[in-house]
Design a protein around this ligand. Structure first.
Ligand code: MF3
Ligand code: CO
Ligand code: CO
Length: 268
């Protein structure tokens, strides 16, 4: 049919735009990014069980730093645009980019995001998870679980022909249905060869809008979801982003690859 041909032409041009603006990865690059991503996953796995009340975020930093070097890799955060540590540790009202400190002892009831990015043979893998410290409130536990579901629903939208806005829309719908808000100031991002590459992946948006996914794109999805408003402010240290209203914030992150017929979660 004529309309089908027109639609196919339009879709081809959308795909071409993506190919122009986004660095598509070669098979060799994908193999390298997959290895780096598996390392970040393994580092987070090793932290499960060690992260508990009484330990400091500095100790988490030391563990991540040492495990990364032991694997022959480099912790991407260290000295990235002046960031002073090897991992981000974001607790309770901290949205992201919390800086590990010997002064911050994990307390029963805290919710903690640990964000690990490793550079292995020049390739990046970026992944973060939430950790519940001892017994946490029902409110906090529910936020953490709904935020995890937001990541899963966002990933489910990734396939050739879908759009960046489909991911954001799925995440926003789910978060707001639970009375939560979606952080606007920080977004997912292309990654793999550099820490942050195009495209931006907002965690809010309209279906069918934004760039079209094409095979061999690599990017992160990393929704930050708040119990209160979405507004964020950055502390004097130039990094720590907190909710302006003091509400809780949670985040989960994966690095994903667009395949011929869907998605591969590289950090799973
Ligand atoms: N890993 C974070 C992200 O998901 C970026 C951290 S930048 C740092 O994009 F400098 F704070 F480490
Ligand atoms: Co990221
Ligand atoms: Co990250």
């Amino acid at each position: 049919m004529k309309e089908d041909a027109a639609r196919a032409r339009l879709q081809r041009s959308a795909g071409q735009r993506a190919r122009r603006e986004v660095p598509l990865k070669t098979a060799a690059q994908i193999a390298g990014i997959r290895k780096a991503s598996h390392l970040t996953r393994d580092i987070l796995d090793a932290l499960e069980g060690r992260v508990k009340p009484g330990i400091t975020t500095e100790r988490i930093n030391t563990w991540v730093h040492e495990m990364t070097l032991a694997a022959g890799a480099i912790p991407a955060p260290l000295n990235y645009r002046g960031y002073p540590k090897s991992v981000c540790t974001s607790i309770n009202e901290v949205i992201c980019h919390g800086i590990p400190s010997p002064e911050r002892v994990l307390q029963e009831g805290d919710i903690l995001n640990i964000d690990v990015t490793s550079i292995l043979d020049g390739y990046y893998g970026d992944c973060s998870r939430m950790f519940l410290i001892g017994e946490v409130s029902e409110e906090a536990r529910k936020l953490v679980e709904v935020t995890r579901q937001c990541l899963v629903l966002g990933i489910a939208q990734v396939k050739p022909g879908n759009h960046v806005g489909d991911v954001g829309h799925a995440i926003q719908q789910h978060a707001e249905a639970h009375g939560y808000s979606v952080v606007r100031a920080f977004v997912g991002h292309g990654t793999g060869v550099r820490f942050h590459e195009p495209p931006d992946i907002p965690h809010y948006g309209q279906p069918g809008t934004g760039m079209e996914f094409v095979p061999n794109m690599v990017f992160t999805i990393e929704p930050m979801i708040n119990t209160g408003g979405f507004q964020a402010k950055v502390l004097e240290d130039g990094w720590t982003a907190i909710t302006t209203d003091g509400g809780l914030s949670a985040q989960w992150e994966h690095t994903v690859l667009v395949t011929e017929d869907g998605v591969e979660v590289l950090t799973a």
